[in-house]
Design a protein around this ligand. Structure first.
Ligand code: SAH
Length: 387
């Protein structure tokens, strides 16, 4: 195994429980080749552990283990078993869930999602990409899936000089998979759907939000394949669900039909325009859900994102009378929960609404959060009531 020596700053970062080492903190890369598993040492030559090496990303090393060890079949089987055992404890009411959440499962840059008998993987750095055949073989041994699909059409792979591609690693890809979540049958387009098929990270929030719906009208903004709307339909007179993506809406409509839900109106629109129009028309709803895409994709875009979040929350609040419920989410890691609370507070003042916090939530437990790796915590979901 090649030895990559890092500076004191990087050694300190590893000691603080963070697995990333930046290329500027590498002192000597020895003969490390793209995607190699390497032994990482501090300036005095002491072993910090084993990492995957990336030759092009600013994140040059991702720690895999605090020991010097082979990253072989045995390593992956151990990590994957531990990951699945966590899900056995925390996943309820669903045969679709995230089996591996990268860094939070000590498998940085690897995502594995399970959709019933199918698995979808993402290998997001050179090391995990090189280990793809080995990982697929371990997954076959542990899960005996009907197929394993690699949804590597993810922009971050460009930083690793890896191609953006969708491939089938084993078995035959289905036209679409049907999974069961919270008593609903949901269709997932594993080859072309958003993310790896559907958004699995809101699974627990769907139930929590449905708990606060008592009749009346709900508006599900950024519905994608219908997650919140489908969960709310049984508790509301009617639900209007809006997204800009026609393919996502086609799946959402099929989901409503498959679950015999007839009170959801799915429509394609740009939500910034639609919400303004509804406010001008004095439309009112008992509940509004906001689950926009990440407005802040990097640290540098936080300011613009803040304006976006505030604006959309302001527009949504104008549609809510006293007693109305606002569900507002952010999946930008760079927008912290306290920042989101502040933005929504500012929007509530502008909209002349007083808000009470009913619940402050995050991503489902199959997307675990590591305390020393803030990047693993990305989803915020606030449930608020207009007083
Ligand atoms: N609530 C969904 C996930 C939403 S992801 C669920 O639980 O499954 C964000 C969605 O916002 C995507 O489906 C995307 O198509 C949509 N979107 C992005 N920009 C939009 C815009 N300006 N107007 C309407 N929809 C938009």
């Amino acid at each position: 195994m090649n030895e990559v020596r890092v500076n004191r700053k990087a050694a300190g970062r590893v000691a603080s429980g963070h697995p990333w080492i930046f290329s500027s903190d590498i002192v000597d890369r020895d003969g490390a080749q793209p995607g190699d598993a390497v032994r990482v040492t501090d300036p005095r030559g002491r072993t910090l552990g084993t990492a995957h090496f990336s030759s092009t990303s600013q994140i040059a090393l991702r720690m895999l283990s605090p020991n010097a060890e082979e990253i072989d079949r045995d390593f992956f089987l151990r990590r994957l078993r531990a990951a699945e055992s966590h899900r056995t404890r925390v996943v309820r009411h669903s045969d679709a869930y995230r089996v591996v959440h990268g860094e939070a499962d000590l498998l940085p840059a690897l995502v594995v999602d399970r959709y019933g008998d199918y698995l979808v993987v993402q290998t997001l750095d050179q090391g995990m990409d090189a280990a793809k055949p080995l990982i697929a073989s371990c997954l076959e041994e542990l899960f005996a899936p009907q197929a394993i699909i690699a949804r590597n059409d993810v922009a971050v792979r460009a930083k690793e000089s890896l191609p953006l591609e969708i491939t089938v690693l084993s078995g035959a890809a289905p036209e679409s998979a049907t999974i069961e979540m919270n008593g609903l049958k949901l269709r997932a387009d594993l080859m072309h759907g958003q993310k790896t098929g559907i958004y699995l990270d809101q699974r627990e929030n769907y139930r929590a939000v449905a708990h606060y719906a008592h009749g009346g009208k709900a508006l599900d903004c950024f519905t994608s394949t219908g997650g919140f709307a489908l969960h709310l339909a049984a508790h509301c007179e009617s639900v209007e669900a809006v997204d800009s993506s026609e393919p996502a809406l086609a799946t959402a409509r099929a989901n409503a039909a498959a679950n015999a839900l007839t009170n959801i109106d799915f429509r394609q629109a740009d939500l910034f325009d639609l919400l303004s129009g509804y406010a001008s028309a004095h439309r009112q709803f008992n509940m509004v859900v906001l689950d926009p895409p990440a407005f802040a994709k990097s640290r540098h875009s936080v300011e613009g994102a803040a304006t976006g979040y505030k604006e959309i929350n302001l527009r949504a609040l104008r549609l809510l009378p006293p007693g109305g419920i606002l569900v507002t989410c952010s999946c930008s890691h760079h927008v912290s929960e306290s920042m989101l609370l502040e933005l929504v507070a500012a929007a509530s003042l502008d909209a002349a609404r007083t808000l009470r916090v009913l619940d402050r939530r995050t991503q489902s437990q199959d997307h675990p959060i590591l305390l020393t790796v803030p990047e693993t915590h990305y989803l915020k979901c606030l449930i608020l009531e207009v007083v």
